[in-house]
Design a protein around this ligand. Structure first.
Ligand code: ADP
Ligand code: MG
Length: 257
């Protein structure tokens, strides 16, 4: 898969800025000073062991969990200064692909897409809704499933439908939590290719939590290693891979031996 290089940008092209983020659950300190900047247009992979706090971080970005300390600025808005209505408005500019796709079984593929659209955007004509549904299904390669029930879809197709459901809102930022977990290698590669297509077609900026190093290497401009509650190293795959840091070397050694 050939991927266009994106230009690394000015600070005004930072779409997510995380500064000094802390989050504990009782005695358990999960995030201990996370700093990160996501550049407009880039895909950034977040790697780290299970339980290291990757999902907690993404849930904070999604506004589903509140940090104990620190600042998050997304699309120019500081999260902790937003009123609930403003947070809802911001969330509409973001797409989430979480571990369970949370599809509405029993509703057709068409309705799975038209429902969130008509809930969130008022006064659309039937034609506008149809066009939007078709565009989103086309983008993920599921146009021939428009009449199907999600229960009839394979794991990979359900993942695609979940992504289509976020694309219908034309998100500026995508947050993917283990998008290829539990999929076979061929389907993983297809989902990884889709993530790049979404980046290029919808001009999204994305954070992708993954254990799939092929995904990190081929679909992401940079990777970030979450270790002991903070990012120990952020850079291109090759930069992070080449580091002397013992914990990072250990992480990679289990993947490549
Ligand atoms: P991962 O890196 O595997 O995604 P998580 O972010 O899900 O890890 O979890 C990090 C740690 O925080 C784990 O020890 C988990 O049990 C704990 N944790 C996550 N969410 C909660 C919660 N809502 N309440 C209590 N503990 C939590
Ligand atoms: Mg997780």
């Amino acid at each position: 898969m050939e991927k266009e290089k994106i230009q690394f940008a000015n600070t005004e092209d930072v779409v997510i800025k995380i500064e000094g983020l802390y989050k504990s659950f009782g005695e358990l300190e999960v995030l201990k000073g996370v700093d990160l900047m996501l550049q407009k247009g880039e895909n950034l992979a977040v790697l780290g062991r299970s339980g290291s706090g990757k999902s907690v971080l993404i849930k904070i970005l999604a506004g589903l969990l509140k940090p104990d300390k620190g600042n998050v600025t997304m699309l120019g808005k500081q999260l902790n200064q937003l009123k609930p209505k403003q947070l809802d408005e911001l969330r509409l500019r973001m797409g989430f692909s979480f571990q369970s796709s949370a599809l509405y079984d029993g509703m057709s593929v068409y309705d799975n897409l038209s429902f969130p659209l008509t809930m969130n955007v008022k006064h659309l004509s039937k034609k506008q809704v149809n066009d939007a549904v078709e565009e989103a299904l086309d983008a993920v390669g599921l146009i021939d499933k428009i009449e199907s029930d999600p229960e009839e879809l394979s794991g990979g197709q359900r993942k695609r439908l979940g992504i289509a459901r976020t694309l219908i809102m034309k998100p500026e930022i995508m947050l993917y939590d283990e998008p290829t977990a539990g999929l076979d290698p061929v389907t993983c590669a297809e989902i990884n290719a889709l993530i790049v297509e979404v980046q290029q077609q919808y001009k999204t900026s994305s954070i992708i939590i993954t254990h799939d190093l092929t995904c990190a290497k081929n679909t992401c401009e940079r990777i970030a290693m979450l270790i002991d509650g903070a990012f120990l190293k952020i850079g291109t795959f090759d930069e992070v891979f080449a580091t002397d840091e013992e914990q990072i070397k250990k992480f990679f050694s289990y993947n490549f031996t």
